[in-house]
Design a protein around this ligand. Structure first.
Ligand code: GLN
Length: 457
């Protein structure tokens, strides 16, 4: 009840696109009944979990922050949702997000921006802004987000909460509405590492519905969290202290490094020489995959269908009405950023250009992955800032896509390499805005990542 009341009081933050009070209360009642009957209620028994609106929940609105899916109710649960249900979680609303997870500020939502509770004139980060705010403003104890290029870690940093992007393949993507399938991963937001560990365990593991989910044992992240790692060899990535890094963010991160030094860690400077190509490689790979994934929204089977698809420009009257319907539906259903990405991706994949752009980006992606492999020969974990700046003002970067894209300069490479990453609060600016510390580990080393972060917590 307390969380529902807070959600009412803090509606101005616009953290939720959909929150059905009756559905929440009915789930809570069902859990109570099970508890009273002495039945097991599962590891999350009765805990509310807010869900990013990119994850399919059977029969519930799932908009992806888009007008395109305004009236879409999926006929099935995403695997992570099914797992939450059997773990006894209470699904606590659908959270606001950048349209189809494309953005870094939650300003690209068709349902208005989400506000940062630390300063309501600022953005919460994105694209999982609503899920980060749900934790920061105490609207729910746990939430799920997705991270394609930083969309869990960056809003976690800007909202002062914990956010974890698992290894690609650790968590099923079945029922996660695809943005860039080779990069997307679902992960937890929480107040602290113990809560994040608990939620990660519930959602992880092989799923026959997702052939990219990996059949590897899922450690009990909670059980080992308080055991410090056997070795504490920490790499400081030279390239993550580049120009554009805000001095207050840098100072907080350097202070965090000193905490590790005092804890007896071996600190080593390492280089990821190809990380400077991370943003350009990502902005070819991600839009290329998005242009393919989003071709399904054509107004025929589901999603928005334009009512008026009469010819509006010269030449259109010669097109078959079906084609005009598709064009008008996509023109009306998608927002500007999504259209920009579809055009970028279509161009990067087109005959005559693919070798120069898309295939080149794939080669760079491999080099970035190799850089990490080399670095992890000497160190267990890499640390640096999650985001180059604290939360910026609403509207500050909306007119400048490149400035917006640079918000993810330190997070994007982990997605390209498929490795796990975590953001944990490490201080604040003089004006009280949270700062996040990012930790990165080799593939499937989430357990070590959490334990290393715990030394700092
Ligand atoms: N900001 C990046 C983008 O717009 C990453 C988004 C994400 O991780 N979903 O693509």
């Amino acid at each position: 009840g307390g969380y529902l009341q807070r959600a009412d009081e803090l509606q101005r933050l616009n953290a939720f696109v959909h929150l059905d009070r009756d559905a929440v209360l009915a789930q809570a009642k069902a859990i109570d009944a099970r508890r009273q009957a002495g039945e097991p209620v599962g590891p999350l028994g009765g805990l509310p979990v807010a869900i990013k609106d990119v994850l399919c929940v059977n029969g519930e609105p799932t908009t992806c922050g888009s007008r395109m899916l305004e009236n879409f109710r999926p006929p099935y649960d995403a695997t992570v949702i099914a797992r939450l249900k059997s773990a006894g979680a209470i699904l606590f609303g659908k959270t606001n997000m950048d349209e189809f997870a494309m953005g870094s500020s939650t300003e690209n939502s068709a349902y208005g921006p989400t506000r940062n509770p630390w300063d309501e004139e600022r953005i919460p980060g994105g694209s999982s802004g609503g899920s980060a705010v749900a934790i920061a403003a105490d609207l729910a104890p746990l939430s799920l987000g997705t991270d394609t290029g930083g969309s869990i870690r960056q809003p976690a940093a800007l909202c002062g909460v914990v956010g974890l992007k698992p290894t690609y393949g650790r968590v099923s993507r079945y029922g996660l509405i695809a943005y860039a399938s080779s990069l997307d991963q679902v992960g937890p937001f929480a107040h602290d590492l113990a809560d994040a560990a608990l939620l990660l365990k519930v959602i992880s593991g092989r799923d026959p519905h997702d052939s990219t989910s990996v059949d590897a044992p899922v450690p009990d992240y909670s059980a080992t969290l308080d055991t410090p790692p056997e070795t504490l060899r920490i790499g400081i990535v030279r390239e993550f202290f580049s120009e554009g890094l805000d001095p207050e963010v840098e100072a907080a991160v350097r202070e965090a490094i000193r905490v590790y030094e005092k804890a007896g860690a071996t600190i080593k400077e390492v280089s990821l020489p190809h990380s400077k190509f991370g943003v350009p490689a990502y902005y070819l790979v991600a839009p290329a995959e998005c242009s393919s994934n989003l071709s399904r929204y054509d107004g025929t089977i589901y999603g928005h269908r334009a009512e008026d698809f009469s010819a509006k420009f010269p030449g259109e009257e010669d097109l078959p009405p079906l084609i005009r319907m598709m064009m008008a539906s996509r023109a009306e259903g998608f927002g500007a950023e999504v259209k920009r990405r579809i055009m970028l991706g279509t161009f990067a994949l087109s005959a005559g250009y693919a070798d120069q752009y898309y295939n080149q980006a794939l080669k760079v992606r491999r080099l970035i992955r190799n850089d990490f492999d080399t670095a992890f020969k000497d160190v267990d974990v890499l640390i640096g800032p999650t985001s180059p700046t604290a939360a910026f003002k609403l509207g500050e970067r909306t007119a400048d896509p490149l400035a917006m894209y640079l918000s993810d300069i330190y997070t994007i490479t982990a997605n390209l390499a498929g490795i796990p990453g975590l953001s944990i609060p490490c201080g604040s600016t003089a004006s009280g805005l949270p700062i996040g510390l990012q930790l990165l580990a080799p593939a499937f080393a989430e357990e070590n990542l959490l334990r290393t972060a715990r030394v700092f917590e």
